[in-house]
Design a protein around this ligand. Structure first.
Ligand code: A3P
Length: 339
């Protein structure tokens, strides 16, 4: 079966259904964390449940020059970045941070995730963008190569956030565990080696890790006005510098007066892990009808992986990473493969 033309506008629904069915049958399959089916689609691992919405995003989405897209692998800090982006871009509309929308809406409601169908729509269609005002704040987990063409050809700005791979895995391990059991029961530590092995092989949602990161990083080097490459750890270490950079990149720089008034600090405080975690909205309700909002706030720390993974376990990942990144010029202050 021919791949659905990504330039096709309004593909017939029956055609799409057939194509999705064909993908479900024909693509290589795995089970992430023993419970979540994933298939290898366009070189990345994707839940078949979102094939339809992913393809609709790829083929139907028309980017605006003013759009801001947050791209990330799951569990790398997108909830934080969504909050920061929303607070930065809308600071003139919502200037009273004691009555800010973040107090009543989780940031996944304020920044629309493009390939996740809305919770009230199990049909796998796209989120409704008609009510969004400019600039539209959007999010995705899709790798750079698979993004809709119009995002690449328009002036849409992309913010990419990455995180130390081992912290990403540990965060994911906790998150998917909760998701599979829908309880808070203790994690079975015997599973960690097996699932980490799967992560190292790249067989997890939107993996492989290296390809995802490299795709956006390369674009950020070739086209720095298009893609801003950020690291979770950098944001943790020096939030002020990073928030300033983020605001400049998305076209909403802080004026001298704003800086003197301490607005950057106020935004950092509003969006801090401690502040967001204790908000009522983040202790109730769910996101996409799939997980509880509170599952998005666990520890928010750098280096928690050292409590779970041993150097002999991380060696294989380090070696693979080194091989894939050799000669690319990529260098992270926060993750140095040891091999
Ligand atoms: P941990 O599980 O390590 O605590 P995502 O939002 O992409 O799903 O990523 C979730 C991770 O980001 C979780 O990591 C979560 O605790 C952390 N996180 C959420 N909000 C944060 C914030 N405001 N500041 C720092 N980390 C945050």
């Amino acid at each position: 079966m021919e791949p659905l033309e990504t330039t096709t506008k309004n593909p017939k629904m029956e055609e799409l259904e057939d194509y999705v069915q064909h993908l479900e049958i024909s693509l290589p399959k795995e089970l992430w964390m023993g419970a979540f089916p994933i298939s290898l689609y366009e070189g990345f691992w994707c839940s078949p449940k979102i094939f339809k919405s992913t393809i609709l995003f790829q083929t139907q989405f028309e980017a605006h020059d003013t759009d801001i897209l947050l791209a990330s692998l799951p569990k790398t800090g997108s909830t934080w970045l969504r909050s920061l982006l929303f607070a930065i871009v809308n600071r003139n509309i919502f200037s009273d941070f004691t009555k800010h929308p973040l107090h009543t809406q989780n940031s996944h409601e304020l920044v629309v995730h493009m390939e996740f169908p809305p919770s009230n729509n199990t049909n796998g269609t796209q989120p409704d963008l008609t009510k969004l005002s400019s600039p539209r704040l959007l999010a995705t987990h899709i790798p750079y190569l698979s993004l809709p063409k119009s995002i690449k050809t328009s002036k849409t700005r992309i913010v990419y956030v990455c995180r130390n791979p081992f912290d990403t895995f540990i965060s994911s391990w906790h998150f998917y565990h909760k998701l599979s059991l829908n309880t808070s029961s203790e994690l079975d530590h015997n599973t960690i080696e097996e699932y980490f092995g799967q992560f190292c092989e790249g067989k997890f949602p939107y993996g492989p890790y290296e390809d995802h990161l490299l795709g956006y990083w390369k674009e950020s080097i070739q086209n720095p006005n298009k893609v801003l490459f950020m690291e979770y750890e950098g944001l943790k270490q020096d939030p002020k510098a990073y928030v300033k950079k983020l605001a400049e990149f998305v076209g909403y720089p802080f004026s001298q007066l704003e800086q003197e008034k301490g607005i950057i600090d106020d935004i950092i405080k509003l969006c801090s892990f401690e502040n967001l975690k204790k908000m009522k909205v983040n202790n109730s309700g769910d996101a996409y009808g799939i997980f509880e909002n509170k599952a998005l706030f666990r520890k928010g720390e750098v280096g928690d992986w050292t409590n779970y993974l041993t150097p002999s376990m991380t060696k294989m990942f380090d070696q693979n990473f080194h091989e894939k990144f050799k000669g690319t010029g990529f260098n992270s202050k926060y993750y140095q493969p040891s091999f």
